[in-house]
Ligand binder design. Structure first.
Ligand SMILES: *Cc1c(COP(=O)(O)O)cnc(C)c1O
Length: 403
């Protein structure tokens, strides 16, 4: 085709020119010179692994989320595992969680030999529906693991009320929600234990890393031991007191986050406010634009929630469209917009189908949302042009496929 016959409205997937020349990813870390210097300084110091930066990072983090304790781990997954251990989950126990999450949320229950029990989500936020949780409670239930999907806090008060009534522990997977608020309270300070991830696509990064925030000193002590082979004091404490003696008091792992990773975390935390503000700004621009584009349902925000916008997931309004998610996804990718899908519901993964007999159809709200979800790019370093490109590509693609 000659350039004359290809209109700017012709989709790239149909041979038109893409909205942008290079792929815009859905998420990306921001690392600056101060971050790099902080890591280099630790590399030149005496302590590569557990050293002074670990406690410094944990204290700064606890102060930010408003808890008495924060315990660092090598990943969000390790942090979830430790929280499941500290909650006392064991073989024969059940923990209720959402299918609309990354597999690690449910896997941490399996690590403890306990059984994850899924409950369906609410259609607007795609967070656990308290009514559905209630239906899944059995004499074996020991914990509830809500996820703050996309950074929108789960219904924490109703969930905590159910938990208190049944004597359950609430482990909030807030890997999407660092900096979010629920009813004026900071995510991290509300549940019994709150888990965060520092993977590069998350709000702050340490390469790999995670944290459990809690106000409960017993949980904090178990978490610290669990990440260090179950040993009751760390090597640095022993050196400073001149002791050779140590005791392994529980079966733990080596989940210690290195000192240079914590140095990066301390620096990253300083930029959290600015990065959250940018995420909120991008979300507001998107939502204003997408209300005008037929076929797109922007993410819902409940009145009690101040989301942290880890993701910006749209739902397709299929009645208004002539095609399906696969085609729209492919068309947006061809425009060089790095769309993604969060998430394949956990119970539909082959491992969960094979081990628990799920066939699909068990969680209709989550499954219907999954078929209509597309995650758009959302990260603080996005330029005004990047944001415009996403909106232009969406307008182009959805107008082509609208009824
Ligand atoms: C990222 C993430 C995790 C796992 O964190 P890692 O640091 O990658 O191990 C767990 N749950 C949710 C919801 C996540 O988004």
């Amino acid at each position: 085709m000659s350039a004359m016959t290809v209109s700017p409205r012709t989709l790239a997937i149909h041979g038109g020119s893409p909205v942008r020349a290079n792929l815009l990813p859905y998420g990306r870390q921001s690392v600056d010179e101060a971050d790099i210097q902080a890591v280099v300084e630790v590399l030149r110091s005496d302590w590569l692994t557990t050293g002074p930066k670990v406690g410094e990072f944990e204290e700064a983090f606890a102060a930010r989320v408003g808890t008495a304790h924060a315990v660092s781990f090598t990943s969000g997954t390790a942090a979830l595992h430790a929280a499941a251990f500290a909650a006392g989950l064991k073989a024969g126990d059940e923990a209720i969680t959402t299918p609309m999450t990354f597999a690690a949320t449910a896997n941490c229950v399996l690590y403890q030999g306990a059984a994850p029990v899924f409950a369906d989500v609410s259609g607007d936020t795609l967070n656990l529906d308290p009514e559905q949780i209630e239906k899944k409670i059995s004499p074996r239930t020991k914990a509830i693991l809500p996820v703050d999907y996309a950074g929108h806090p789960a219904e924490l008060d109703p969930i905590l009320e159910i938990a208190r009534r049944h004597g359950l522990i609430v482990i909030e997977d807030a890997c999407h929600a660092l900096g979010a608020e629920y009813d004026g309270r900071r995510v991290g300070s509300v549940a019994d234990m709150t888990v965060f991830s520092f993977h590069p696509v998350k709000h702050i990064t340490t390469g790999e890393g995670g944290m459990v925030a809690t106000n409960n000193p017993q949980f904090a002590e178990i978490l610290r031991r669990f990440r260090n082979h179950g040993i009751s004091s760390d090597a640095r404490q022993r050196q400073s007191t001149g002791q050779w003696h140590y005791e392994m008091v529980l079966l733990g792992f080596n989940y210690r986050l290195p000192d240079f990773a914590c140095a990066l975390g301390i620096q990253q935390l300083k930029k959290l406010e600015a990065n959250l503000a940018r995420r909120r700004e991008i979300a507001a621009l998107y939502t204003a634009a997408f209300h005008e584009i037929p076929g797109v349902i922007p993410p819902a925000v409940r009145s009690e929630a101040s989301p942290a916008w880890h993701l910006y997931p749209i739902l397709l309004d299929v009645e208004k469209l002539t095609t399906d998610r696969a085609q729209i996804f492919a068309a947006l990718r061809a425009e060089n917009i790095g769309v993604n899908v969060h998430y394949i519901p956990v119970h539909l993964h082959p491992y969960y189908r094979d081990h628990f007999g799920f066939r699909g159809g068990e969680f209709p709200v989550a499954e219907s949302a999954y078929a209509r979800l597309i995650t758009l790019p959302m990260f603080p370093a996005m330029s005004a042009q990047d944001v415009d490109d996403v909106i232009a590509a969406a307008a182009k693609v959805f107008s082509t496929y609208s009824r």
